[in-house]
Design a protein around this ligand. Structure first.
Ligand code: DAH
Length: 479
């Protein structure tokens, strides 16, 4: 990082000189101070945000913060810093500053946060119902493992095939070709099993590049649950433990793995489903509507998903299954069998507290947070919207000019420019123009401020900046 590189600040249309090509024009140039030379990307971002604040104070044109973007030439940032550790960038790096800001927030550990209340209720369920032979709680709880994991932990340790679509750069946030932000809490399964734990819960923030709507956000929280059994633990109430076996050299069937007997697979399934149904009833009461759906995960067989009814529609809340025996073997417990589940905390909390939009979990607004300030995590809470401000809907259509263009690149960019003003983005039309030999894509962007009404004028500014950025960084041609 050399001093003397010029940082260009881009300002949105509002106060721009008119240009013919509809793009933002640079309005100010800042010189990177000598004091910042050689510092890493994180430090530069901090310096930049201070500089932007000063600039904003001197040029008070915008009421919200997403209006300024500094473009930096890509080669100036050779590293990326996450949680104080610096990693070299490479061709895999796709983590964005917006996502980096979320790392370390640990909402699930924040007192009185709705995700923390859910965590306390889940822990309580497992503490009250499951004991080891010394009458101590069976499940150990972890909630502070770093979200930075190796690709090996996130995929290979869980038998995710090398060509599995979830490995694509368009689906996950990569720090570089070796490290990423975990896409699920399952990344830690093998490590924790390897430390000798037989039953654990692991809470954490997870990151996925995804569409944007009221129940999808690129950062969210999961709890992973794992329970292992010896033969005596699995068949404990059976008088015929001597006849029943965990393992056989058999065939893989829809109902079992090749190395598992029917009785071990069925007992595990029964125990797993009973545990998760009871957890659901514990959280929502006996009247909750639930259904099991067959599923596929590379790390379990058989596998299922549990759905619950929310606002009249079925919503998937967890994935689970019987742990692949090869994973047990690499964790050093070839003589045991086990089940695992991964559960999304936001979706449970949305249902439990009637929170209509997943973006609200990141709100720092006291109108939101104060509604969850209870000493008893079981106190019933029904969230009351602070203000139900109207939506503003704008469409954008463009020709895709690059093969590498991905919808998720567009979603990330929209999020970076529009921040949490963006409630939903979806692709609603595509067609191929035979003469131009180009694909057209049309997206509908729904804007809504969570605390106040937006004017069409301020939405237009953001929308135009999104169009300009799409041209500049994704090389599309606006139609
Ligand atoms: N990791 C999966 C996901 O995020 C959920 C999951 C499925 C976790 C099956 C598990 C499991 O532990 O056994 O979609």
């Amino acid at each position: 990082m050399a001093a003397g590189i010029r940082y260009q600040v881009w300002k949105t249309q509002s106060t721009l000189r008119k240009t013919t090509d509809q793009q933002s024009v640079p309005t100010t140039w800042w010189q990177l101070p000598q004091s910042q030379a050689g510092r890493d990307m994180q430090a530069i971002i901090q310096w930049r945000s201070r500089a932007v604040k000063v600039f904003l104070r001197q040029n008070p044109i915008c009421t919200y913060c997403t209006q300024f973007h500094m473009t930096m030439s890509p080669d100036i940032s050779k590293t990326v810093t996450v949680e104080g550790k610096t990693y070299p960038r490479d061709s895999w790096t796709n983590i964005t500053p917006t996502i980096l800001q979320k790392v370390g927030k640990n909402l699930h550990c924040k007192k009185h946060h709705p995700l923390n209340l859910i965590k306390l209720r889940i822990n309580d369920f497992f503490y009250k119902n499951y004991f080891n032979k010394y009458r101590n709680p069976l499940f150990s709880v972890y909630d502070n493992l770093s979200p930075v994991v190796t690709l090996y932990q996130n995929y290979d340790s869980l038998l995710v095939p090398v060509d599995h679509p979830s490995r694509s750069k368009t689906d996950s946030y990569y720090i570089n070709s070796e490290y990423m932000l975990r896409a699920h809490t399952s990344s830690h399964q093998v490590d924790l099993i390897g430390t000798g734990l037989d039953a654990f819960l692991l809470y954490g923030d997870v990151y996925r590049r995804d569409a944007i709507d009221s129940s999808h956000y690129p950062a969210f929280h999961q709890v992973e649950g794992v329970r292992l059994f010896t033969k005596y633990e699995l068949f404990d109430r059976s008088s015929s433990t001597d006849i029943l076996k965990l393992f056989e050299d058999g065939q893989r069937l829809p109902t079992k793995q090749e190395s598992h007997t029917h009785e071990s697979s069925l007992s595990l399934e029964h125990d797993l489903k009973k545990t998760l149904e009871n957890l659901t009833f514990h959280l929502f009461g006996k009247d909750i509507e639930v259904k099991w759906v067959d599923a596929y995960f590379p790390f379990t067989h058989p596998s299922w998903e549990l759905e619950i009814k929310f606002q009249g529609e079925w919503m998937e809340v967890l994935g689970c299954g019987i742990i692949e025996q090869n994973i047990m073997n690499s964790g050093g417990v070839a003589d045991k069998v086990g089940w695992a589940f991964g559960l999304g905390l936001e979706r449970l909390a949305m249902k439990l507290f009637n929170i209509p939009d997943i973006r609200l979990f990141w709100s720092e607004d006291s109108g939101f947070l104060s509604q969850f300030e209870v000493d008893d995590p079981y106190k019933p809470i029904t969230y009351k919207p602070v203000s139900s401000s109207p939506q503003c809907i704008n469409d954008i259509s463009f020709w895709v000019k690059e093969k590498s263009f991905s919808e998720n690149d567009f979603y990330d960019m929209v999020r970076a420019v529009g921040g949490d003003l963006v409630e939903q983005v979806h692709l609603f039309d595509t067609f191929f123009h035979p003469k131009k030999q180009l694909q057209s894509q049309s997206y509908r962007i729904v804007y809504r401020h969570m605390e106040r009404a937006l004017s069409q004028e301020e939405v237009n500014k953001v929308h135009q900046e999104i169009a300009a950025r799409a041209v500049r960084t994704l090389h599309v041609e606006i139609r």
